[in-house]
Design a protein around this ligand. Structure first.
Ligand code: SF4
Ligand code: SF4
Length: 433
């Protein structure tokens, strides 16, 4: 891509106009998303399952969280080394990849001859480019979280929200799609749809998964435990009933202790108002010593757990104090998305292939540069800093985006009307004349 501000401005404008067309899935997503943002923001102040609200929970833990994330970032190398050492002692197969490209190569080697992979919770794998490589190599990717299964069923390619990516499809549309794809007539009710997948897909997840892919909610450096939260049970199935479970994530998923890892996971569920009905703590492959004390790997669960920890931009961001260095503290909770004025107004137009909102646009900038970020709607950001005020670790995404806008402006990528404003300010000392 090598575009001017005018060209990129037109592209974003066209995407916004297309998203307003009645009867399209884009419009359906936008309407759903605005509603979801309001509801989710309000839910922060409700006492529902707990004695405290999510806002109170965050406030109570904020100082600890910030201290813990800052401690990790300051001593990142030491924590990574500690984590890898302990994981190897616990019979994990651990790889450290300096770059995304290295991680992709390692992943393909671990995959061997397998042509099919079952996955869940894999935003990190997308970030690291694993999903693109799997597609390029013709590997069949089977989603297992129902939301992702629906996205795959509808062949929906636009950015969607990572928590509930298929939530904008109606019961009628899903039933119709199932009839079209599988030839099965279902009552257009959520329960009937769930029953259908339980009676069909669940058997496959129990019997046929040879290789599964997940990320991690967090990994504890003190004991090398991988923490994975979910509510459907799909992660439990594909990480247990498999030969090989491959975990791919950035090194920033590491936290100092197991208590920190659980706190981070708990926070992710509280903020999104989803209940993690299952939290898995994976401390190594399946093992038994029941035959004369001989330790044998691969009893009922995964025979092998492979962990690929990826650095790529992370160490460089600290060492060179890059504009997104603060983003290393991110725990991926998505709290910054619901109150974001740009995200509420523009839904999946203010987004990248990594998801919705500021964090997804920052990721695109890190991997693909400033033009990609402008194309994602960088200049739709109003600078309101709601993201900063709602972030449990006080990352100021608004500030990062401000610096990105500065770079875009210097490279002539700002929308033309901003250039006119600038000229008027310099000439007339007033942008509105
Ligand atoms: S500063 Fe930008 S990214 Fe942050 S909440 Fe406001 S509009 Fe969204
Ligand atoms: S930047 Fe957003 S996703 Fe990351 S920790 Fe802050 S609120 Fe959560």
């Amino acid at each position: 891509m090598n575009e001017s501000g005018k060209g990129l401005y037109e592209k974003v404008k066209n995407k916004i106009e297309a998203s307003q067309e009645e009867g399209t899935l884009e419009k359906q997503f936008g309407d759903f998303w605005k509603f979801a943002c309001v509801i989710k923001t309000r839910q922060h102040d409700l006492r529902y399952l707990y004695d405290d609200t999510s806002r109170e929970f965050v406030d109570k833990n904020r100082d600890n969280l910030i201290e813990m994330r800052e401690e990790f970032v300051k001593n990142m190398d030491a924590y990574v080394e500690k984590c890898i050492n302990i994981m190897r002692k616990k019979n994990f197969t651990v790889h450290y990849a300096k770059t995304n490209e290295q991680a992709q190569k390692i992943f393909m080697e671990e995959l061997g001859d397998a042509r099919i992979i079952y996955k869940s919770k894999s935003n990190e794998a997308k970030d690291i480019g694993i999903i693109d490589v799997l597609k390029e190599n013709g590997i069949s990717i089977k989603e297992t979280d129902l939301g992702d299964v629906l996205v795959q069923l509808f062949d929906y390619k636009l950015p969607s929200f990572q928590v509930g990516p298929g939530a904008h499809f109606t019961e009628e549309e899903i039933a119709k799609k199932i009839k079209e794809v599988y030839g099965v007539e279902l009552e257009p009710k959520a329960q009937a749809i769930v029953n259908y997948f339980r009676s069909t897909y669940r058997k496959e997840l129990l019997n046929d998964v040879k290789i599964s892919l997940t990320s991690a909610n967090a990994i504890s450096a003190e004991d090398g435990t991988i923490v994975l939260g979910e509510n459907e049970g799909n992660i439990s199935l594909i990480t247990r009933a498999t030969d090989k479970h491959i975990v791919v994530c950035g090194i920033t998923k590491i936290v100092p202790t197991i208590f920190d890892a659980i706190l981070v996971t708990k926070l992710q569920s509280r903020i999104n108002n989803v209940s993690f009905n299952y939290i898995s703590l994976i401390s190594g492959p399946s093992n038994t010593s029941d035959i004369q004390g001989t330790s044998v790997q691969g009893m009922y669960g995964a025979k092998e757990v492979v962990v690929i920890l990826v650095d790529d931009w992370r160490t460089k961001a600290v060492n060179e104090n890059l504009i997104y260095a603060d983003f290393l503290k991110c725990i991926g909770c998505k709290s910054c998305i619901y109150p974001c004025t740009a995200s509420r107004a523009f839904g999946n137009i203010y987004a990248s292939k990594y998801g919705l909102g500021a964090t997804a646009i920052i990721r695109d900038y890190i991997h693909n540069g400033i033009e990609a970020a402008v194309n994602d709607g960088l200049f739709l950001c109003t600078g309101c800093e709601n993201c900063y005020h709602w972030c449990p670790v006080s990352i100021n995404c608004g500030e990062i985006l401000k610096n990105m806008k500065k770079e875009a402006t210097e490279k002539g990528l700002a929308p033309p009307y901003l250039e006119q404003y600038k000229e008027k300010i310099f000439k007339d000392k007033n942008p509105f004349l």
